[in-house]
Write a protein that binds this ligand. Structure first.
Ligand code: M6R
Length: 349
């Protein structure tokens, strides 16, 4: 039942703060010394392999960064359909991220290795959950819209919790730093709600302005890059627009040739802003339409970010980009919940 919401996607975007709260309530306080790992029956790994596709792969990129930055833990994100390139390494924990738990590429990839598998899934009775040695359920409730929304934010939260638990167990993450990060996580549901409220009207106005543009470029730096990729994917799959997503520093190595007067360039989060200044200047000089997504006064798509960027980056921006993609889709008259050519579970390799 979608209640008063115009479509399931709108409803599920809206449910993110509550879903995040439920998940965090079950995770916070269990990260120190890796207790979460022990509870899941897992040993502390030396390294982590993250396997996923699509939106789930973007969440995996965020988790990999947290493992590296907070724990010095080596990790590798494996695109499930390209798993033949990932060599077995001893001491590895495989984290499989899949909201449906039925993605054939992910299930096939797992046949390649013997390592323990931790599944992050919204479907605790799925094929993936049965195959895994341990399951961390996202507990989001059903996600009907084909575009992953609330399961993305939940995957990031669950994955970050596992990464912090591993980092703490490895002795590299000091208790005071962990406590500070847990506090930032605890404030996330409120910031997600504030971001949805702040971004709603600007997302609609931007969609009015930009819906008819044939394509767009999404950029960010560092921890913001997976969110730029995720925002781009939402626009592609819902609004059927060609979108290029890349680290801002890569623009000058080729894709800048795509920019002309009026090309939308969505610049996602990443504080401090100076890290993006050069990229923004390059874009503005070509007459492109820069759309800043962030917490600064000058943001076109304003969101509520913590004072200091956490290692998992501007997760709050994901909500604003979901809203924007949905608004563009509505203006173009496309079916929001059931985009063409796509299924909620991709059960073929
Ligand atoms: O169920 P999964 O998380 O394994 O699905 C992976 C992708 O097929 C999925 O994220 C897809 O990219 C979504 N439709 C994105 O919104």
């Amino acid at each position: 039942d979608r209640g008063d919401a115009p479509d399931f996607t709108a409803k599920e975007i809206d449910e993110q703060p509550a879903a995040a709260r439920r998940l965090l309530d079950g995770l916070l306080g269990r990260l120190a010394d890796g207790r979460l790992l022990t509870d899941l029956g897992l040993a502390r790994p030396d390294r982590v392999r993250l396997v996923a596709c699509g939106t789930s792969r973007h969440a995996a990129e965020v988790v990999a960064r947290v493992l590296a930055v907070e724990g010095g833990v080596p990790s590798r994100v494996v695109t499930a359909s390209e798993a033949d390139l990932a060599v077995p390494e001893p001491g590895t924990l495989t984290m499989a991220l899949s909201q449906s738990g039925e993605t054939a590429d992910v299930l096939a990839a797992l046949d390649r290795w013997d390592d323990p598998v931790l599944a992050l899934t919204n479907a605790p009775r799925s094929s993936l959950a049965r195959r895994a040695d341990a399951v961390l359920g996202l507990g989001c409730g059903p996600e009907i819209g084909v575009a992953a929304t609330k399961t993305f934010t939940a995957q990031v939260i669950a994955g970050v919790a596992v990464a912090l638990a591993i980092a703490s167990a490895s002795g590299r993450l000091a208790p005071a730093r962990l406590a500070a990060l847990e506090q930032v996580l605890d404030g996330l549901p409120a910031r997600l709600a504030a971001s949805a409220a702040l971004a709603a009207a600007p997302a609609a106005a931007l969609a009015d302005e930009l819906a008819d543009r044939p394509g767009a470029v999404f950029v960010s730096r560092g921890a913001g890059v997976p969110y730029a990729q995720e925002g781009a994917l939402k626009l592609e799959e819902l609004a059927y627009r060609w979108v290029e997503a890349l680290p801002a520093g890569e623009l000058k190595h080729g894709p800048i040739a795509l920019l002309g007067p009026g090309t939308p360039v969505v610049v996602v989060g990443a504080e401090p802003r100076e890290r993006l200044a050069v990229g923004i200047a390059e874009v503005t000089a070509r007459g492109a339409r820069t759309v800043l997504v962030g917490s600064g006064e000058d943001a076109d798509l304003p969101v509520c970010l913590p004072a200091e960027e956490p290692p998992w980056g501007p997760l709050e921006a994901a909500v604003a980009l979901q809203l924007f993609a949905r608004e563009v889709t509505v203006r173009l008259g496309h079916e929001v919940d059931r985009p063409r050519n796509l299924a909620k579970s991709v059960t073929v390799e």
